[in-house]
Unconditional design. Structure first.
Lengths: 284, 209
């Protein structure tokens, strides 16, 4: 990198730090802050990986390791605050959260992260990617959600794996509490003639399965893809749920907007004590 | 010209350095590549630098092949050279924000994408890349290759005569793959960097045609 470039980047860092500071404190970034398009993209959290590096206070706006000059201007607390969607009504100045409960929660979270020097493990199984995807089922476009997480295999190799799938088209079984459905106890003596009747009860098949049977949408999904009944088109949107910090769940998505506070940002934060599997069950 | 010579010298130096630092890669001929052959931290740093160079090379080819003021032969050559940077089967996924706020995605093989870019219905096309290239750290995959992603920002302007009829800014996520390939000349395996799939997201449309 040339000396001129280094100087230019340093100048940009200062410029961004000042701009972000004003944003962090809920003030509107006004026109007197001259911001070029390039500055916006430099400040933008362009990749989820960059989000984690900034959260862990590992890299500056240019992706370079954080040095003392940067940390003097931008403390970790301010840096983490800048990772939130600052347009979120619950934390924005003049926002609609009169009780301030979300703002308090956020403040508690940031304090805990700073005091405990908490970092997110980039390859933690607690990082859950939610990929809203477009599929074609029976000739019609539908949306399903595919959940993925990372698995470390062999000596430090990493891959993403499908953890679960959810979607109305995969959830075809119905619930019925009015009738008792079962295969009668004497059915074995009639070579299970009743089995035909049971398997024609197509909407309630789960009631004929054993009590430890768990309906599994992922297996249904894999079968439908394999049989050609379901065609995968593309991923429409990706969101992340970070369950790696004990007691918390951080939700991150991409804010595609022409502002410094843009890119992969925290859109929600909540308390969480559920395991990854239990957590997925709570999602719609 | 000087820049090109410098790039070639750097690439050659990089190859020599990487080859020297990954002796295991050169000598291991069995299929246990995945677990046994690793890039050293120094190699990874070098490939991070090389990623920026390859991406810049790709950007230069894009600018040339889209520029209708350039001679056809030069544009064709830029198209061919750009393709050589990619891993076989690389695709371009273009994501467009529709007026109703929904996103529509189109997937094309890289060959088709470049061919289309060369023949866009504008009298003049100007493509500019911002001086930003964020490169994610390399992570080893279960197949023994190393993977990363580079983000670049492209500004596209389409003219009809002297009038701007279309302008947009897109963010491009470029997959980077470092693979151990057979160098037939030296009869040994060397790490080589390729560009992979690209996800292009429209961030801002300034003017619609």
């Amino acid at each position: 990198m040339t000396t001129g470039r280094v100087k230019r980047y340093s100048l940009m860092i200062i410029c961004f730090a000042l701009s972000l500071l004003s944003a962090i404190y809920g003030q509107t970034i006004t026109g007197n802050v001259q911001k070029s398009k390039e500055n916006i993209y430099l400040a933008r959290i362009k990749q989820f990986n960059e989000f984690i590096d900034r959260f862990n206070y590992k890299t500056d706006f240019n992706g370079n390791p954080i040095d003392s000059a940067f940390s003097r201007k931008m403390t970790r607390e301010k840096y983490i605050n800048s990772l939130f969607d600052l347009k979120d009504n619950r934390i924005a100045a003049g926002g609609k959260d009169p009780q301030g409960s979300y703002a308090d929660l956020k403040s508690r979270f940031v304090k805990q992260v700073i005091s405990g020097d908490i970092k997110i493990n980039k390859y933690a199984p607690g990082i859950l990617a939610e990929a809203k995807s477009r599929v074609i089922f029976n000739g019609k476009p539908q949306t399903i959600t595919i959940f993925l997480n990372q698995e470390v295999v062999g000596r430090g190799s990493v891959k993403w794996v499908i953890t679960d799938v959810k979607g109305d088209i995969l959830n075809f079984l119905k619930t019925d509490t009015t009738h008792i459905r079962f295969i009668p106890p004497g059915s074995n003596e009639t070579d299970f003639i009743n089995l035909k009747r049971a398997l024609e009860d197509v909407d309630y098949l789960q009631y004929y399965a054993s009590s430890d049977y768990k309906f599994d949408q992922l297996s249904i999904f894999l079968y439908l893809i394999n049989s050609g009944l379901l065609k995968f088109e593309y991923v429409e949107e990706v969101r992340y749920h970070i369950l790696d910090i004990p007691g918390w769940c951080i939700r991150v998505k991409d804010f595609n907007r022409d502002e410094l506070n843009s890119g992969w940002l925290i859109y929600d934060l909540s308390l969480n004590n559920l395991s990854r599997k239990e957590y997925i069950q709570t999602l719609n | 010209m000087f820049k090109r010579i410098l790039t070639s010298v750097f690439a050659l130096t990089l190859t020599i350095l990487v080859t020297a630092q990954t002796k295991t890669a050169v000598t291991t001929k069995e299929a246990k590549i995945v677990d046994e052959i690793n890039l050293s931290a120094a190699d990874i740093e070098l490939f991070k630098e090389q990623t920026k160079q390859k991406v810049e090379e790709f950007q230069q080819y894009i600018i040339t092949l889209a520029n209708k003021d350039e001679p056809t032969e030069k544009r064709n050559m830029a198209e061919r050279e750009a393709l050589k940077l990619f891993y076989k089967g690389a695709q371009m996924e273009i994501s467009t924000i529709m007026p109703d706020g929904t996103t529509q995605k189109v997937n094309r093989p890289m060959e088709k994408y470049l061919a289309r870019l060369k023949s866009l219905p504008f009298t003049k096309v100007v493509i500019k890349f911002y001086d930003i290239c964020y490169v994610k750290e390399f992570t080893k995959g279960p197949d023994g290759k190393y993977y990363s992603t580079a983000t670049i920002i492209q500004e596209f302007t389409g003219f009809n005569d002297d009038n701007i009829v279309y302008k947009d800014v897109t963010k491009k996520e470029v997959e980077i793959i470092v693979d151990l390939v057979e160098d037939k000349f030296f009869n040994e395996k060397r790490w080589k960097l390729f560009l992979g799939d690209i996800k292009a997201t429209e961030t801002k449309t300034v003017t619609n045609p």
